[in-house]
Design a protein around this ligand. Structure first.
Ligand SMILES: [Fe+2]
Ligand SMILES: [Fe+2]
Length: 203
């Protein structure tokens, strides 16, 4: 889904397009902007990526497309509403909701429930957010400074701060969850020991 306002002379515009894509996707090899294709480490990879399967790669690209359509339509709705066209805004919002369901359908296949857990989901989220503020955005900021795009530098700085905050929030949730799992494991252990004692007495 190419940006119609794409400016081939601006690496910062290409970087913002890539950042938008990364925000939405695990991987979108066929739909990504040039910087993403040049530096594959910048892609927030699907941890279950299978290099042998073209279908998995297609699902990743489709997930990217549907996710971007969702956010783009919400943004278009916001613009239409600001311009006084409530009907068009609502049409965009209704379609955006359907795009979410299309993206969920792809995610069911890309992140199968059988291979996920809350801790695993938190871990993936922490990795993604950390990648954003330690690698992706710092590189993009450098380019934006070199191009003298002050608006993009400011926006990227805000994103760096937010991604760091998101990573920290997810880490805190994961730590709390880990304590809960540890406490549960202890209770299970006590129960198991109790049953064993009863069994031993019966024997
Ligand atoms: Fe769709
Ligand atoms: Fe984030």
């Amino acid at each position: 889904m190419a940006n119609p306002f794409h400016n081939p002379a601006s690496a910062t515009i290409a970087n913002l397009e890539a950042a938008f894509a990364v925000k939405m996707v695990s991987m979108a090899a066929k739909h990504t902007a040039p910087p993403l294709q040049r530096d594959r480490r910048m892609i927030m990879a699907n941890p279950f990526h299978n290099p042998a399967s073209a279908t998995i790669a297609n699902l990743e690209a489709a997930f990217a497309g549907e996710s971007m359509a969702h956010i783009k339509y919400r943004y278009f709705a916001k613009l239409c509403r600001e311009m006084g066209d409530e009907d068009t805004a609502r049409a965009f919002e209704a379609t955006a909701e359907q795009e979410v369901m299309h993206a969920f359908g792809h995610l069911d296949l890309l992140y199968p429930k059988a291979r996920m857990s809350p801790a695993q989901a938190l871990q993936f989220a922490i990795e993604g957010e950390t990648h954003e503020y330690t690698e992706m955005y710092p590189k993009f900021r450098h380019t934006a400074v070199a191009e003298g795009n002050a608006a993009a530098v400011q926006e990227i700085d805000e994103q760096i701060a937010e991604s760091r905050e998101h990573a920290e929030q997810f880490k805190a949730v994961l730590e709390k969850a880990a304590k809960r799992f540890a406490a549960l494991a202890k209770v299970e252990e006590r129960h198991a020991a109790h049953y064993q004692r009863v069994l031993d007495q019966l024997a």
